[in-house]
Ligand binder design. Sequence first.
Ligand code: URA
Length: 233
Amino acid sequence: MRESPDPVDWRDAVEHSEATLADAAGAAKECRACRLWERGTQTVFGAGNQRARIVLIGEQPGDREDKVGKPFVGPAGRILDSALDAAGIDRHTAYLTNVVKHFSWEERGKRRIHKKPKADEIRACRPWLEAELAAIGPELVICLGATAAQALLGTGFKVTEDRGKVFQSALAPRIMATVHPSSILRAPDDESRESELKSFIADLAIAARVLREAVRKGVDFGPGGEASMERRE
Ligand code: URA
């Protein structure tokens, strides 16, 4: 086994342009900064467009993501994809990641059930997230669910009260939170599922509009003359 990398060193190296995001992703494969690596199949680093203006941040990889090695490729990812599409955000122009990069789970019968990551696991993983944000430099960060929102906006943050509101942050010029797509899957019936999906799409549509306005104000137009979701350089 290779030596465990220090996520802080990698974050600093990315911030000082001494390492790329791909270098950091490679190093994170060997991360042992908390105990989650012992039960996870692999590190699930963020993935997507490295020139993205929008970065979406979830909680941690799920069962499917743990096996595939990519974020949001399971049932929650499918809901997210369709909501992004409905809100006018092409997933391929965004970057997706999680506050914790290993699957935390407990056994129930034959199933691996999601276990909420602990504060020290979130803390241990934080430098990887900071490295991702430093490398990408998004205009807007969207926190999906309470774990991501409280990790980035403070432990007192209430998604139910402050979803869809745009804040400033040291991590990105704009940051907002909405629900986690898996909460829509857990809705008790079709009617509430439909209404929660609608609200989720409405939050993402706010993000799309805020971003278009910001880009327009910066007079940065994409190839078709439209404000682009992706930086051009
Ligand atoms: N839930 C998350 O928070 N992230 C994923 O990547 C998948 C499910």
